[in-house]
Design a protein around this ligand. Structure first.
Ligand code: NAD
Length: 505
């Protein structure tokens, strides 16, 4: 049996090192409220050393230009991660409190399997292409377009699916030839420090190309990373409020900024939908206690069938199982911290105060004496201008909003500062697709279909973000584009044309 033995060092310039002064901080298991271990508590000076190492590795090694070297190093890194996946599973479960069953899916297994996509993208990517020769005043001109590594990346990540988000940034960034400083959220340091420990054992990974800085401070290290002139790219996942601040800091040195931010996605159930298959999907709001940015948290129901739907949903919400960490089928765990639990509870109070009707849940579960749990919570009679319909709660709270017709549903779904995701259910896929095309979000699912995959770009419209993670688009976030012009070699071109013409078809 594997023991919990998380990495308690920073990873800087190819070495596992203590934080300045040997400082560490406690990591709490949200399911037990107990200290599960410690993490290194980096200072600003530690972060500065990590940036310097990443800068040096980018500027002074051939990492950014040697594709074969990167392929070799990333393959070695992937294999070493896979070899210790059981240890990783325990660490992610302990720091996030996620139901252990989810570590066999999106919390651990899924993201580790997804590493292959970035490696394959690197293997097959066209880093150089020719434009047609162009006649200019100086004579015929040949032009090539290069895709080159964008530089030093500051990768800043949240606590909800920490390993998935760490890997979705670090692997494509390294594959593209960038060097990286990874800074995870204070609550979930181990899924990042684990990657540092593994990288330290990979001789093909040059010193400095990958660095990990864990810290108990929510903002200070992030502020430093997003404003340091030696950083070229900020790859950030987190709340929209902090995203705005990141953009502001990065603007001083005009960094490339890639932001994956919050959401308030709508699930539209059309009047022709089969409720027996459509409504259970709405319980996905309880997946990892609702701590998922793309989860649909507003359920839009036809007014003509509103009461019927609520009766159905009330049953579902009152019987969602949670809190048994030996049951691998459970999808709901605790909130990540007491602070986050209290934030969710305060939104529930606000919903009641603004006139929404509480149908299920609404408090701390009486049957669990440990863990930052909140009951699966269902609100009815919600209007789209209420706070619980407008702001991201990041908890197991579903608000149900009635609509009159398809146009009204589209209007309500789009009436949000966010544009991350959404879903629809209908007896007609054509009708559903027609509505899907009118929703301003970066991802969308019809009749329960899942859009989330390593080869599918993921990201948001509006204030849900800038850029895309995963897919080829997620790789290209870490590339710059360079066009080079040179005099065309007219004689050589003519010779090549002649040779081509001479080859029998
Ligand atoms: P957060 O915005 O508070 O923090 C995210 C990260 O930014 C953490 O590492 C934090 O330490 C750091 N940070 C905080 N202040 C900073 C600053 N001033 N400068 C730089 N970095 C700073 O988010 P969170 O509470 O950790 O995570 C929940 C949020 O993340 C939700 O809003 C959720 O929607 C969002 N999220 C978005 C996606 C997506 O792909 N769109 C995915 C997961 C989570």
């Amino acid at each position: 049996m594997t023991d919990l033995n998380p990495e308690t060092h920073l990873f800087i310039d190819g070495k596992l090192v203590d934080a300045e002064g040997g400082r560490t901080y406690d990591v709490i298991n949200p399911a037990t409220e107990e200290v599960a271990g410690v993490a290194a508590d980096a200072s600003s000076a530690d972060a500065g050393r990590a940036i310097a190492a990443a800068r040096r590795a980018f500027d002074e090694s051939d990492w950014s230009t040697n594709h074969d070297r990167r392929l070799k190093a990333l393959t070695q890194f992937r294999d070493a991660i896979k070899a210790d996946i059981e240890e990783l599973r325990l660490e992610v479960a302990a720091e996030t409190g996620t139901p252990p069953g989810l570590t066999y899916g999106p919390q651990v297994q899924g993201p580790v399997d997804a590493i292959d996509f970035a490696i394959d993208t690197l293997r097959g990517y066209e880093f150089e292409r020719e434009l047609p020769d162009m006649g200019t005043m100086g004579g015929p001109t040949r032009r090539i377009v290069l895709r080159e590594a964008a530089g030093v990346v500051a990768a800043i990540t949240p606590w909800n699916f920490p390993l998935q988000i760490n890997l979705a940034k670090v692997i494509p960034a390294l594959a593209a030839g960038c060097t990286v400083v990874l800074k995870p959220a204070p609550n979930t340091p181990w899924s990042a420090s684990f990657l540092g420990r593994i990288a330290a054992r990979c001789p093909d990974m040059p010193a400095g190309v990958f660095n990990v800085i864990t810290s108990s401070d929510k903002a200070a290290i992030g502020e430093l990373l997003t404003s340091d002139p030696r950083v070229d790219v900020v790859s950030f996942t987190g709340s929209t409020g902090v995203g705005r601040r990141v953009m502001e800091n990065a603007s001083n040195t005009v960094k490339k900024v890639f932001l994956e931010l919050g959401g308030k996605s709508a699930y539209i159930v059309l009047d022709d939908a089969d409720f027996a298959s459509a409504l259970p999907i709405a319980a996905a709001v309880c997946y990892h206690a609702g701590q998922g940015c793309a989860i649909s948290t507003r359920l839009l129901i036809p007014r003509s069938r509103y009461d019927e739907a609520l009766a159905y949903l009330e049953q579902i919400f009152n019987y969602i199982p949670y809190g048994d960490r030996t049951d691998m089928t459970q999808i709901m765990g605790p909130l990540v911290s007491a602070e986050q639990r209290d934030r969710v509870l305060s939104y529930i109070e606000k919903g009641k105060a603004e006139g929404a009707r509480l149908v299920a849940g609404g408090g701390i579960p009486p049957h669990l004496d440990k863990g930052y749990y909140v009951q699966p919570t269902l609100f009815a009679d919600v209007t789209n201008d209420m706070t619980i319909a407008r702001e991201e709660i990041f908890g197991p709270v579903l608000v149900t909003i009635p609509f009159d017709d398809d146009d009204d549903a589209v209007r309500i779904a789009n009436d949000s500062i966010y544009g991350l995701s959404g879903a629809i259910a209908s007896a007609s896929v054509d009708r559903a697709l027609g509505v899907a095309k009118r929703i301003r979000t970066g991802t969308f699912g019809i009749n329960g279909a899942n859009f989330f995959a390593p080869n599918a770009p993921f990201g948001g419209y509006k204030q849900s973000g800038v850029g895309r993670e995963m897919g080829v688009e997620g790789f290209e976030e870490y590339l710059e584009v360079k066009t080079i012009a040179m005099p065309a070699d007219v004689a050589a071109d003519a010779q090549a044309d002649a040779e081509r013409a001479a080859v029998p078809a």
